[in-house]
Ligand binder design. Structure first.
Ligand code: SAM
Length: 292
């Protein structure tokens, strides 16, 4: 096989579409099966969720059949609008599936080496964050999480660690936990998805985090912060502009991601009352840093 053939190798993905009202049930089903990383694909219909999920090459048909059977057994109906295996020519899906289950380096600087262990089985290793892999977004493999993590580390290392941090849309609480590892003493992590908060709480417990409070409603948080991170979608970041600004202290930093390259202009316009400091990019995703 020559090099081009290797590069063109295709990998199986499970593509599913389901109604938003079935989200909890789908989560439960996926947790019962051997699937890898789960990525939500933007949908034009707000009532439908599209996901693509990495699965192991030799079990693709079994997983599909198992999901359909579990759906019928547990809910007496197929709750998928569509569920199919597609083979895509994406060079690294097989590697991604493996990464999902292996320890990987999350942050590497002269001062910090921080690893993620997605198997969620804690050991005494102080340089590792144990993240229970699940549908709750934030296992550390997504480019936007990595971009925010890098900007957070860079800011913390170039100045004194910020005295506080607000993590909006915390998912698994991965960024808050990184914040605590970097020495930030007071952290509030917010997510409006109860399932994400449950997963976040579990991760805080297994990582023995002491400085992070979880919250479900940004609007109930009255404090102001010297550093805010928000890795959410464009529409939400636009909607939350006033709420975020009200919670920034003078001279505070704001790190925004969850943004595609084409979203950059709208965010720069929306947040033009702040000073734009820096942009970083990975694949089609960008991360923008502002200062008040
Ligand atoms: C892309 S994930 C980011 C997770 C994690 N912070 C990371 O960087 O990997 C976005 C998270 O934002 C949450 N979210 C969406 N809208 C929100 C809102 N208005 N308030 C709080 N959380 C929100 C979602 O539930 C989801 O867990």
């Amino acid at each position: 096989m020559d090099k081009n053939e290797v590069l063109k190798k295709v990998y199986p993905l499970l593509k599913i579409i389901f109604e938003k009202i079935h989200e909890e049930k789908i989560l439960a089903l996926l947790q019962m099966t051997e699937v890898g990383s789960i990525e939500e694909i933007p949908s034009t219909d707000p009532n439908l969720i599209h996901c693509k999920i990495s699965i192991s090459e030799n079990q693709s048909q079994e997983i599909l059949a198992e999901l359909q059977k579990l759906s019928l057994d547990l809910f007496s109906e197929s709750i998928f609008q569509t569920a199919e295996i597609v083979w895509e020519e994406i060079g690294d899906w097989a590697d991604k599936y493996q990464e999902h289950l292996q320890v990987f380096k999350f942050i590497q600087t002269a001062q910090h080496s921080i690893f993620i262990d997605p198997r969620g089985i804690p050991t005494k290793n102080k340089d590792t964050l144990f993240i229970k892999a699940s549908l709750a977004f934030g296992t550390g493999t997504h480019p936007t999480t990595q971009l925010v993590a890098e900007a957070l580390t860079q800011l913390t290392e170039s100045t004194e660690p910020s005295p506080d941090l607000l993590d909006i849309g915390c998912g698994t609480a991965i960024l808050s936990m990184l914040g605590e590892k970097l020495g930030i003493p007071q952290i509030i992590a917010v997510d409006n998805d109860p399932q994400a908060l449950e997963m976040a709480q579990e991760n805080l417990n297994i990582n023995h985090m002491k400085h992070i409070q979880l919250h479900h409603d940004l609007f109930q948080i009255k404090e102001k912060f010297s550093l805010i991170v928000a890795n959410i979608l464009l529409e939400t970041l636009v909607l939350l502009h006033d709420a975020i600004l009200q919670r920034l202290q003078p001279n505070a930093y704001l790190i925004l991601s969850g943004l595609l390259k084409e979203d950059e202009e709208e965010i720069l316009k929306t947040y033009s009352d702040l000073t734009f400091i820096q942009k970083t990019q990975r694949e089609e995703w960008v991360c923008l840093v502002f200062k008040k």
